[in-house]
Design a protein around this ligand. Sequence first.
Ligand SMILES: Cc1ncc(COP(=O)(O)O)c(C=O)c1O
Length: 341
Amino acid sequence: MTAPEHGGRLNAAAKLWGIPRDRWLDLSTGINPHGWQVPDLPTEVWRRLPDPDDSLEALVRQWAGAPADAACVPVAGSQEAIMALPRLRALCHVGVPSPGYREHGHSWSRAGHQVVRLGWTQVTSEDESWLEDLDVLVWINPNNPTGETIEPERLLHWHQRLQRRGGWLVIDEAFVDGCPELSLAFATGRDGLVVLRSFGKFFGLAGMRAGAVLAGPELAERLRNAIGPWTVSGPARYVMGLALKDERWQATTAERLSADIQRLERLVSYHGLDASRGALLFRYVPHPRSAELAEALAAQGVLVRQFDQPPALRFGLPGSEAEWERLSQALTACGISLTNS
Ligand SMILES: Cc1ncc(COP(=O)(O)O)c(C=O)c1O
């Protein structure tokens, strides 16, 4: 079973295209280019074992809007939970979004479960019989890469139907920051509802490997036992705590990203890439010639994420003005090469 590929593979791009790593504009991930600034950490944070009584769980609950009785498990990136959850259930039928972040389907399949790939049209139709065949439904809200969103009422209705027969609803909210009205964190604490949050995207701290799971107490305890102590390092816990307390940064960042993503939408649309959709950190553009376009951009040192099924491109946000300008120029050049080909 081959592991899914992801964006951000700059070394591989540099090798393939013969362009040195430091000359790339990497828009292939959905990571905030203006992430939270990490300060120098006290030496003690590096030297002592992580302290489980550092109040991090309470801070996460408050930030996410989860009730006091929701259990919180800090994890080494939401990816850690994505890999651990399939080991907590007897073999069963699991629905995952397609297209969607492929690690979900990969992890459940690798653990031996039957994975059913669900498209947008199917899950949003009036006929919800597809849900009857599932024991677990994983949904990504907003979805990566498509940016599609499902309103919390519908998700809670799915949860009720699954829970009646001991099923789970797992909601991956890696890209929900800045859109709290979409989050199901407020409903966590009940059996069979699991919400995953990430520190890699909005906070821009993907390299730190930090995230959190909000769930009912029994499932959370099993997850804690499965991952064992100290998978989240002391420095990561410390930085998570500081970033969560920085509510001013969070508010100004949500405003900034919302302006930036509108700018990106206008830019791609100006260059003929219409009908883009997305979340706060990326635009997704269905395009029949996505592979050709991605290549034309890469030839100019601009790395975007390309998908085949269906053919589409995903653009992350440029950071500096120079990067915006570079993207604009690269798109102009692509337009010419595409019309000429
Ligand atoms: C939808 C989604 N969920 C989860 C993850 C995992 O992120 P992390 O482990 O950094 O929290 C990713 C990473 O790209 C993602 O796109």
